[in-house]
Every structure is written in C-alpha cells, then in structure tokens.
Design a protein around this ligand. Structure first.
Ligand code: M6R
Length: 593
C-alpha cells in the first residue's frame, strides 16, 4: 500500500506531487507528506503530518516554488499513525530524504549491524534506508551508496530518494512494489500508479524489479543494481482525467456501481470482433489442456473466483479449486498433474498473490493473471495475462471490478464450452437488467428501515450463496456493520443462535428451484424475530418481495444480483456518514503480506 509520487522538471513540483497524491490516496490515507527544495536556504523542506492529502495541501500553501519534489500517502505498517512516522524520512544529517512503499523485513537486523550509533526519529522501517544511504555515502559515490543499500534490503520497496547535496536529481528504485516512470514535455514524474501521471506525462515505462533510476529535468537513466544501463521502453498513456474523477457522483463507489452496465459492454467490445473472440489461442489452449484450474485471489476477487469455478465446471466440465491467496502461498493443496493457475486481481499488485506467483514461477507452472491493470506486476510476471477493462476503480470497496471479473471469467468458460446460449445477447441483457434496476432502485429506504442493528446476515443458495459472501464483505467493509454471508440451509446448524429481535436477514433468491427452500429458511429466522427482506429475480418473485431484478440467463445471475447488495453497503455507510470511498484501516491496493 502507500502511494509515492516524485517530480523533477520545469513546473512547480508541489502541484504535480499533490495532485498525484490525491489520486493515489486510495492506496492509503493514514498520513501524507511532501519534500520540496528551498532555494533560499538550499535545503529540502519536509512537510508531513497524520491525516489526508487535503491537510497537506493546506500546510504547503505557502511553500516556495520548487522544480523538484517527492511525496507520500501512507498506510501504516511499522509504527503508529503520527507525524514522526509519516514520510518523507531523512538521514541523520538530513542530507538524504526518502519516501517508500513496501516493507523492509530485515530493518531491525540492518539497524543492529550498521546503525547502532544512530538516533532514529521514527519507528518506521523506511528510516533505516535513509540512514544506510548516508552511512555508505561517506565512502562511496552516492549512486553506489544507494545501490549498496538496496542490495541489503529484504522485503519490498518502491523508493524515491533526494540528496540535498545535489538537488538536481531524483533517485528511484523498485522491488516488488509498483513504480511507474512518466515522461512528458514538462519533466519526469515517478509514481506508484499510472493515475498520478495523467496530465503530466505523455508516455510511461513500468519499471521491472531491481531497477535503479537517476532522473534529471530532461533526462532519465535506468540501471540494474550493478549499475549496468537498462533500456527505456515508453508506451503512450491512454487514460484521461474524466476516468479518474467522480464527475456528477457524490462518491467514487456510487459512480463505479453505475458504470457497471458500460463495463460489461466495454468487455464485449474488447473481447469480440464480429463474434470472434479476441483471446490469444494459447490462453484458451492452456485452460483447455489443464486437468484442473486453481483460481487464486483475495477478498472480492476471490468471491468472483467462486463464481468462476461454477462457470468452468458447469460450462466446460473442467474441475476448479478456488484458494485464498494468503493461504495458498504457504500451504499448498495436493496439486493435479497438469494444473493451470488463474490469478484474479483488480490491482494486479496484491502481495499475497505475488507470493503465490513468485513460487509458481520458480516451480515452472503456467499462470494466467486476470487484472484491471495490464501494467501491473502480476500481469507482467505471469505466463499469460488478460485485461478486465473496468476502467480505474478508485473506491476502496470493489464493485465494477467484480462485475468485470465475473464477465471475463464467463467469456473464458463460454469459449471453451458447447456454447449453449448466445453469450453476447445474454451479457447485453445483464447490462440492461442492471441499468433498469439502477434507474428505479429504492435501496436507501430499505436500508433505513431494515439495517438498524450492529449486525446483519445475507443468505442464499447456489450462486446466491457466493453473492451473499461478497455482499457481506461489502457491507462490513464500509458500514462497519458486522455481517456474515451464509448458505441459507446452513444457518440452522448453529448460526441461527445469533438471530434476535430485529436482526436483519437479507435473502438472495435467483434460482426458482431453490427459492422455496430459501424462503422456508427465512420463515425460520422470522419466527425468531429477524427482520427479513428479499432480493429476487423476476422469475422467482412472489407477492411481498422487496427488491425485484429483471431476469437474466441462469449462469449470469451473479452479475445482476450483486448490484443491490453494493447499494445496500453504500447507503448503510452514507446513513452513518462514514467515509465511503476510504473506509477505516483499509487501502485499495494491498501490497503487504
Ligand atoms: O486488487 P485485488 O483484486 O487483488 O484486491 C483484492 C482485495 O484486497 C480486494 O478485493 C478487497 O477485498 C476489496 N477492498 C473489497 O471490496
């Protein structure tokens, strides 16, 4: 997590860095900081404090013009959320200033071995980097002092370094944490995510691990850690400002929920050309030839993976296992003879998944990453990768990426099946069904009436059970209501003991075969005082059902059933006046294990 931005060029670095940090705030928002060169005193000033980038904007209002600067927005790992632990950090004499995204696992050993006489200002692992660079710079050229330090670090880092003795350069380096270099007519921008580069750079280069950069106003050089030059491969930046702003919506989450029909349509446009699927044949062959698929993911992406399992098993009879990445990384199940690993990830940077991928690559397995960020680490390091085309997802709570993941998994499974229905038509119908629901939804009133307690349950059977898991994650993540998703039939085996007067229980009913069973489970909880309501597909509806969704093809119901649950979470958080796009303790891109 954490976002970093640096700029050196011909305009005020403060503006570039602060704008970039605002766009990267989804990566962490415990504290924010900025370092700018102060021409009068010939030093780098450091501004930092706990709190959001907006506060930093205020505190740097009167900062002098500087054409060089680095900044940071933090998700705390080492040390409390306070000013001292905020980045940037500096070395003992304040010569070197550092911002860092990642975790230095051996920072204590490094302190003990090289820095026992040093006074530390913070509890962070990052400060060790600044101190080591300064220590080595006493005998080495600064570039060597930095690479010597980098070689000692265990863990992950994306780093920007300033040297007060040479305020004409930004040094940068990357290992495991993402870092993108942007080039434009006004200068060089280096940031954790492409989004921070929009408007400032025309082209970008996504850095590989163990790259070391020396950037000046009009020139940038790339090296490996042994100081051998590396090539710059620039690609055009194709994002524009409209996709990174909220537009008419009060929150990114609401905007992203409303974008879902167009996400499905964009996926169809990108994946089909006149009914011919645009997926590399070798990817489809890799899936077809596997004797078992292992879907690895975390959080919402894992919930999309659970739907993917149903699709592959039902449409093409390929057995599938779904694993939580953080578990799979260190506790592998017995693997089949010819497995294919599918990594599902919005950000493409999730550290738990990276741990899986590094190991799978070392063992020579084939992997496929399905991600929203084609420049991401997991896209680049897998054997194959395909894109979600959801557009930037900025709210921490994932919504449109889930719909995109389920849509892309559906396309993959469909292309290997007997094609029992017309996918193009059915996905288009799903987009219309979501649109119709969004145009007439009354979820806010429902939330006010039903979600009055500190806890809640979603229940469902079949595919609806998996939607219930996702619905529960979304609700707890942003409204802090303790929520569980349950297989409807399983409640009576223990959990029903938690049902009290007015406990909210929300039933998801999209399969006519299982509708009577789920409805009788609702009766059981009602008899014990629960306040229940139902989200049902038109073909399952009976009188008194509260939320009705247009019918879609049976295997595509997750795409539409999830949408009311996203709005339930949204309005529950809105009613409680919580920070919907940046819920407490979380960050969008989880780059620590
Ligand atoms: O970027 P990823 O899809 O790999 O992220 C995985 C989870 O961290 C993510 O889905 C998380 O659960 C969401 N914040 C849930 O809304």
């Amino acid at each position: 997590m954490c976002g970093i931005v640096g700029f050196i060029g011909h305009k005020n670095a403060k503006d570039v860095v602060l704008n970039g940090l605002t766009r990267l705030e989804y990566r962490g928002y415990d504290s924010a900081g900025l370092s700018l060169y102060n021409q009068r005193y010939q030093i780098f000033d450091v501004y930092k404090d706990e709190g959001r980038v907006a506060k930093l904007v205020e505190s740097t209002k009167h900062a002098d013009f500087s054409t060089i600067g680095i900044g940071h927005t933090r998700w705390a790992t080492h040390g409390k959320v306070n000013k001292e632990n905020s980045h940037p950090h500096y070395s003992q004499t304040r010569r070197f200033i550092v911002v860092h995204n990642g975790v230095i696992e051996n920072y204590q050993e490094l302190k003990d071995q090289y820095l026992h006489n040093h006074v530390f200002q913070s509890e962070t692992d990052t400060e060790v980097i600044a101190q080591l660079i300064e220590t080595f710079s006493q005998t080495l050229h600064v570039e060597n002092a930095i690479t010597t330090t980098l070689k000692l670090l265990h863990g992950s880092y994306a780093l920007l370094v300033l040297d007060s003795n040479d305020p004409e350069k930004i040094y940068a380096a990357k290992y495991k944490s993402p870092l993108i270099l942007g080039v434009g007519s006004d200068g060089i921008t280096i940031a954790s995510d492409l989004m921070a580069l929009v408007g400032y750079s025309s082209d970008y280069h996504a850095l590989d691990d163990k790259t070391f950069i020396v950037a000046r106003k009009d020139d940038v050089r790339l090296f490996n850690l042994d100081h051998q030059p590396l090539d710059l491969h620039l690609k055009k930046i194709e994002l524009d400002d409209a996709v990174t702003t909220k537009g008419e919506y009060a929150h990114y989450m609401l905007k992203e929920i409303h974008e879902q029909p167009s996400v499905i349509r964009r996926i169809l446009t990108n994946y089909y050309d006149k009914d011919i699927v645009q997926i590399k044949p070798e990817i489809l062959s890799a899936i077809k030839d596997a004797d078992r698929l292992y879907i690895l993911a975390a959080g919402t992406s894992m919930h999309a993976g659970l739907i993917g399992k149903q699709l592959f098993e039902k449409l093409c009879e390929i057995p599938v296992e779904v694993h939580i990445a953080s578990e799979f990384a260190y506790q592998k199940p017995l693997l089949s003879k010819k497995p294919l690993f599918i990594l599902v990830t919005q950000s493409g940077e999730t550290a738990d998944l990276r741990a899986c991928l590094v190991d799978l690559n070392e063992r020579g397995f084939e992997t496929l990453t399905i991600t929203n960020v084609p420049t991401s680490t997991l896209a680049r390091e897998a054997t194959y990768s395909i894109e979600l085309f959801a557009g930037p997802e900025i709210a921490v709570a994932s919504t449109k990426a889930y719909v995109a993941q389920v849509s892309v998994l559906t396309i993959l499974a469909y292309e290997l099946s007997q094609k029992p229905f017309d996918l193009h038509t059915e996905l288009s119908k799903a987009a219309i069904s979501i649109e119709n629901f969004l145009a007439s939804e009354n979820i806010r009133e429902i939330v006010r009436h039903y979600l009055t307690r500190r806890n809640a349950f979603f229940i469902g059977r079949g595919l609806d059970y998996f939607i219930g898991l996702e619905a529960a994650l979304k609700l707890k993540e942003i409204s802090y209501i303790q929520t569980e998703g349950f297989a409807a039939g399983e409640l009576k085996h223990g959990t029903i003991a938690l049902i009290e007067d007015s406990t909210p229980v929300i039933a998801l009913i999209s399969d006519p075969k299982m509708s009577p069973n789920t409805r009788s489970n609702l009766k059981e909880v009602q008899a014990r005082g629960a306040k229940t309501f139902k989200i049902v597909l038109e073909s399952c509806k009976i009188e008194g059902d509260e939320v009705i969704i247009d019918d879609v093809y049976s295997l595509l119901t997750p795409l539409v059933m999830v949408v009311p649950t996203q709005l339930i979470a949204y309005y529950a958080a809105l009613e409680r006046a919580y920070d919907i796009d940046k819920p407490r303790n979380l960050a969008k891109s989880v780059t620590v294990e």
